[in-house]
Design a protein around this ligand. Structure first.
Ligand code: F6R
Length: 262
């Protein structure tokens, strides 16, 4: 795992967008794992700008989102399909037939989870997976005690996550209490993982996720076992990390980060 500190949330989002753009230019048929949430909004703004101003093309990309609320059809304005449509898909040249999210309104949720796993496999697996981190330390909606080898399945949302996201619903009491989510094992299978966390509210859970012991109570700790995981944090989210001198040294000195040190 590498930890990259950036001075501001904007700089952190910019770095993540540049890393995605780099990988997409290198492989136009990239299989890109996407996340939703507040943190990702400015990343999608930047990818949109790169598409409009720098010709970044999504024409041949395939995308798989981490999760979707159970019970919400794609047309629901609170669905993650709707979020993706509004935040990214309708602004870029992605082929919607190549964009995938679990169907939260599927008649048989177990069959839907299996279908989703098989589709990822058919596409050759995820090349780059974007992640945020929730207050519980979840990645996707892998709430406390998610098995570290779990696959796509239905997961009950914790009260902490409900509190985190309910305000995004016009009627907070209507927020679904369950979601379909890629499992921790599904996420660990991605060839590259990029996690973004910004703001003081993430400082405590980021310190636990990066420097704490691996535990299924905090699914993000499983990323310590991933061979190619980069965590990008702003100064506020990095405030409780112990090893920042080392992390800063790596970004300032390792050749792979040279193009991103502007
Ligand atoms: C969203 C997702 C979640 C969020 C996390 C952070 O698809 O899977 O894990 O990334 O809850 O959300 P924000 O960015 O709103 O703090």
């Amino acid at each position: 795992m590498e930890v990259i500190l950036q001075p501001t949330p904007e700089a952190a989002a910019e770095l993540l967008a540049r890393l995605v753009a780099h990988d997409l230019r290198a492989n136009p048929r990239l299989v890109l794992g996407l996340a939703t949430g507040r943190t990702m909004e400015s990343v999608y703004d930047r990818l949109t700008r790169m598409h409009l101003e720098d010709g970044l093309s999504f024409a041949d990309a395939r995308t798989f989102n981490l999760d979707e609320y159970v019970g919400l059809p794609a047309s629901d304005p609170h669905s993650y399909r709707h979020y993706m449509q509004e935040r990214l898909f309708r602004h870029v040249n992605v082929d919607l037939r190549n964009t995938h999210l679990p169907r939260g309104d599927a008649a048989d949720l177990d069959v839907e989870c299996q279908r989703y796993e098989e589709l990822i496999t058919q596409c050759g697996g995820i090349d780059v997976q974007l992640l945020g981190i929730g207050q519980t330390g979840h990645i996707g909606f892998n709430e406390p005690l998610s098995a570290l080898r779990s696959r796509t399945r239905v997961k009950a949302l914790s009260p902490v996550t409900v509190a985190q996201n309910a305000s995004l619903f016009a009627d907070p009491s209507k927020m679904p209490r369950r979601a379909i989510t890629m499992g921790v094992g599904t996420i660990l299978d991605a060839r590259r993982v990029l996690l973004l966390a910004t703001g003081a509210g993430k400082a405590e859970i980021i310190a636990k996720a990066i420097e704490g012991p691996i535990t299924s109570m905090i699914s993000a700790t499983a990323l310590q076992m991933h061979a190619r995981c980069t965590v990008i944090v702003d100064e506020a989210a990095a405030a409780k990390l112990q090893g920042t001198d080392y992390y800063r040294w790596i970004f300032a000195n390792e050749p792979e980060w040279e193009p991103y040190r502007s």
